[in-house]
Design a protein. Structure first.
Length: 511
C-alpha cells in the first residue's frame, strides 16, 4: 500500500534525483496482481497471530463464511438455551458459562443446586462440581452444541490457514520484487527523512573536497540542540577551524574548560557533522567545509569490559593505542579526557605523549578535551597545536556556563563549583576548597616546568623511533664519543689494549 501511494505521489513530480527515480522504477515493478490478491483477501484489522484466525475478509471465500455463520449461530443458540434453562429450573439466577475444563456448563447458587440434584430436574442437569457458593451442571444438549461449535471453529480456522498458505506462496513467488521494493522504500525513507530534518532544523549542505580542511561555522550538536529546544532553551553554536586549504595552520585543538562547560558536546558535534556530511546528509551548522575524512576515531566516555578482564583504564588505553597506531593525516580524532583512570602524573604523561604523537607522527586533525591544563603549554612547542576553551563567568561565587568555545586556555576546572551545584554537602565542599588550595600551592606546577625542558629529548626520541623502529640511538652516540676521545698515537700498546677491552665490555653490557 505504502509502495502504491509512494508511486502515485512521486509519479506526479517532474524532476527527481537519480537515486529517487531508480527507486521509483523499482517500486513500479511490484506485481499489481499480488497487491490485489492481498487486498481482497485480507481484513482491514488483522490479528497479531495467524492462529487466532479472523484475518480473511468476509465475502472472500463463501465456504469459510458458511462455517463462520454456523459457529456464530451456535453461540446464539447457547444464549437462548440459558433462557430456556432458567424456566426449566424455576430460577432467574441460572447462567450458562464456559471454561476449558468443563466446556459449557450451567451454574446456579448452592441453595438452588440442591434442588436440581433431585427429580425431575436431575433428568436434564448432570451434577459436575460443587463450589463454596455455587453448583455446576452439564446437560447432554450443551455437550452436543459444544462439539458443534468447536468443530465449526476448527473448520473455519483451517480454511483461513489454507488461504494464508496460499497468499504466503504468492508472496514468496514475488520475493525478488518485494526485496527490491523494500530496499527502494528504505532509500526513499532515508532521503526523505534527512531532507525533512535538514529543512526543519535549519541544516546546511556541506562542501566536501580533497583537502585536509575542517572548517565549521556555527556548528551544533543535533541531539543536544533538540533536547534543549523542548525545554525552551537555545543551543550555543560554535565554530571549529582546523587546518585550512592553504596549509596546516592548526591541526590539533586542545580544549580545556570547566566541567559541564560543553567540551564533550563540542567534540561530538564535530564528529557527528563529519558522519552526517559523509553519509550524504546536510549538517547542523551555518557553513561546513571539510576534506574527506578517511576514518573517524573517538575515545570518549568511561566504558569497561570487566567480563573480559579489562578495567576502565585498560579499555581507555587499548582504544588510545588503536588510534595512535592507525590514524592518518586524513583522519579526524576526538579524544575526550584521556588519562583520567590512573594517578594524575601517569595520566598527564600519557595524555602529553599522546598529543605529541598525534602532532608529529599521525598528523591527524584532532580535538582533544582535557582537564590537564598543563597540556595547553604545548602550544609553545608544537606548531600546529592551538588551545581552545569554553567560556564561563562567575557570579556570586557560582559558575555560570556560557557554552561558547573561544581561543585560549582555561585557568582551572571549577570542579568544586560544579560539585556544589550538584548538591554535595556544604562541609565537603568547604573541605575540598581548603585541600585544593594546599595542593595548588604545592608541587603540581613544578614537574611540568621540567617536562617542558625535557621536550626536545622527547622529540628526538620520537624521531629516532620513527626512523629506526627502536630507540637505541643515544647509547651508540656515547660509544662514538668515547672512541673519539681516544688518540692511539698518544697511547702505550698496553693502554691501547686496555681501552679496546673496555670498549668491548661496554658494548656487551649494552646489548
Ligand atoms: N553549545 C551548547 N549550548 C547549550 N548548552 C550546551 C552546549 N554545550 C553543552 N551544553 C550543555 O551543557 C551540558 C554539559 O556539557 P558537556 O559537553 O558534557 O560538558 P563537559 O564535557 O565540558 O563537562 C550538556 O549536557 C548540555 O546540556
Ligand atoms: Mg565531558
Amino acid at each position: 500500500m505504502a509502495a502504491r501511494e509512494t508511486v502515485d505521489i512521486l509519479s506526479g513530480l517532474d524532476a527527481l534525483p537519480d537515486e529517487m527515480s531508480q527507486a521509483l522504477a523499482t517500486l513500479k515493478r511490484l506485481p499489481g496482481s499480488l497487491e490485489n490478491r492481498l487486498g481482497t483477501a485480507l481484513s482491514e484489522d488483522l490479528p497479531l497471530n495467524k492462529r487466532d484466525g479472523g484475518f480473511v475478509r468476509l465475502g472472500f471465500e463463501p465456504q469459510l463464511d458458511d462455517t463462520r455463520a454456523l459457529r456464530d449461530e451456535s453461540r446464539r443458540v447457547i444464549a437462548s438455551m440459558q433462557a430456556r434453562y432458567c424456566e426449566l429450573a424455576e430460577t432467574k439466577q441460572l447462567k450458562v458459562k464456559h471454561n476449558n475444563f468443563l466446556g459449557y456448563f450451567v451454574e446456579v447458587s448452592q441453595v438452588h443446586g440442591e434442588k436440581l440434584l433431585k427429580a425431575p430436574f436431575n433428568e436434564t442437569f448432570i451434577h459436575r462440581q460443587t463450589m463454596a457458593d455455587a453448583m455446576r451442571f452439564s446437560t447432554t444438549e450443551l455437550n452436543e452444541i459444544e462439539a458443534k461449535i468447536a468443530s465449526a471453529a476448527d473448520r473455519a480456522l483451517a480454511f483461513e490457514l489454507a488461504i494464508f498458505d496460499d497468499l504466503a506462496g504468492a508472496a514468496l513467488a514475488a520475493t525478488d520484487e518485494l526485496k527490491a521494493a523494500s530496499d527502494a522504500l528504505a532509500t526513499m525513507d532515508v532521503a526523505a527523512s534527512l531532507a525533512e530534518v535538514a529543512v526543519m532544523r535549519d541544516w546546511v549542505r556541506p562542501i566536501i573536497d580533497e583537502s585536509v580542511a575542517f572548517q565549521i561555522e556555527g556548528g551544533r550538536h543535533p541531539v543536544v540542540e533538540a533536547a534543549l529546544r523542548t525545554r525552551g532553551q537555545a543551543f550555543v553554536a560554535n565554530d571549529c577551524q582546523l587546518a585550512d586549504n592553504a596549509g596546516a595552520t592548526a591541526q590539533i585543538a586542545v580544549i580545556t574548560g570547566p566541567n559541564m562547560a560543553g567540551k564533550s558536546t563540542y567534540l561530538r558535534q564535530n564528529a557527528l557533522i563529519v558522519v552526517l556530511a559523509q553519509m550524504g546528509a546536510y549538517v547542523p551548522a551555518r557553513t561546513a567545509r571539510m576534506g574527506i575524512v578517511d576514518r573517524l576515531f573517538s575515545r570518549v566516555g568511561a566504558a569497561d569490559d570487566l567480563a573480559r578482564g579489562r578495567s576502565t583504564f585498560m579499555v581507555e588505553m587499548v582504544e588510545t593505542a588503536a588510534i595512535l597506531n592507525q590514524a592518518t593525516p586524513r583522519s579526524l580524532v576526538i579524544l575526550d579526557e584521556i588519562g583520567r583512570g590512573t594517578a594524575t602524573f601517569d595520566g598527564l604523561s600519557i595524555a602529553w605523549a599522546t598529543v605529541e604523537h598525534l602532532h608529529e607522527a599521525n598528523k591527524s586533525r584532532a580535538l582533544f578535551a582535557t582537564h590537564f591544563h598543563e597540556l595547553t603549554k604545548l602550544s609553545g612547542k608544537l606548531a600546529r597545536l592551538i588551545n581552545l576553551t569554553v567560556r564561563v563567568t562567575e557570579w556570586n561565587g557560582d559558575v555560570v556556563f556560557l557554552h561558547e568555545v573561544v581561543q585560549g586556555a582555561a585557568d582551572r576546572s571549577y570542579g568544586i563549583q560544579v560539585a556544589k551545584l550538584a548538591g554535595l554537602p556544604a562541609a565537603v565542599v568547604e573541605r575540598a576548597r581548603t585541600l585544593l588550595a594546599e595542593l595548588e600551592a604545592g608541587e603540581r606546577s613544578a614537574p611540568v616546568e621540567k617536562m617542558m625542558d625535557d621536550l626536545p629529548l622527547f622529540a628526538s626520541v620520537m624521531q629516532a623511533t620513527a626512523k629506526a623502529g627502536h630507540g637505541a640511538g643515544s647509547a651508540k652516540d656515547e660509544l662514538r664519543a668515547e672512541l673519539d676521545a681516544i688518540d692511539p698515537d698518544d697511547m702505550s700498546p698496553r693502554d691501547a689494549l686496555e681501552a679496546l677491552y673496555a670498549l668491548k665490555k661496554r658494548r656487551t653490557l649494552e646489548t
